[in-house]
Design a protein around this ligand. Structure first.
Ligand code: GRF
Length: 204
């Protein structure tokens, strides 16, 4: 399975996928390319450090979103990509891109969806006063953080939590369930039926 990871920042989720491929937890898969829309994203360094091709696409050099995504698709085709992972990628993908890679784009979001979609999910959760939050891996559809849910992990919200402390506790679980979801995909164990994702023959 040829994987592309799209990033915009720190890249800790990218790192967790790299580590789980290197350790053999995820087999028969490789990250062939990492693409960032931010030129100094630390994620690019993490990729280069592991000898993975790391490409910066400058959105301002591509007139429209369509042109930008055309260029991106060109890269994905060049690398024969089967699975696209969004890992802190801060741009919404267009409908035609999403349709082209239907059920082959995953995202990780730091809340238990469908609660707290969009930006600052951990802050939204704290301000709402929920006692439990968590993270979600889902397939990307045309909406924002609305696609079929693959895996979720809950995390307790503590009374003295700050955005930072809650984010950190959620992030630890992101680094567990994202590799797990990728492993399931690579092993052909995910079956999407409308909104519902079934995981077949799977034991932890
Ligand atoms: C994570 O919190 C992820 O859930 C969200 O963006 C953040 C990315 O972190 N989509 P990193 O770049 O993977 O460290």
């Amino acid at each position: 399975c040829n994987i592309a990871v799209l990033v915009s920042g720190r890249g800790s989720n990218l790192q967790s996928i790299i580590d789980n491929i290197e350790s053999g937890y995820i087999r028969n898969a490789s990250i062939n390319v990492v693409v960032s829309d931010v030129h100094d994203a630390y994620a690019l360094e993490r990729a280069r450090d592991r000898a993975i091709d790391a490409i910066f696409i400058n959105p301002s050099e591509h007139g429209s979103k369509k042109d930008y995504e055309k260029y991106l698709i060109g890269i994905l085709e060049e690398y024969s990509i089967d699975l696209i992972l969004l890992a802190g990628y801060m741009r919404l993908l267009g409908n035609s891109f999403i349709r082209r890679y239907k059920n082959r784009i995953m995202n990780i979001h730091p809340s238990l969806l469908p609660s707290f979609k969009g930006l600052d999910a951990q802050k939204q959760a704290l301000e709402y006063g929920v006692k439990v939050s968590g993270c979600t891996v889902h397939f990307v559809d045309e909406g924002m953080d609305s696609g079929p849910i693959i895996l979720q992990q809950s995390v307790r919200v503590l009374e003295n939590d700050t955005v930072e402390s809650l984010s950190e506790r959620i992030l630890e679980q992101e680094h567990v369930i994202y590799p797990e979801a990728v492993k399931l995909f690579v092993e052909g164990k995910l079956k999407v039926q409308g909104r519902i994702v079934l995981t077949r023959n799977y034991e932890r």
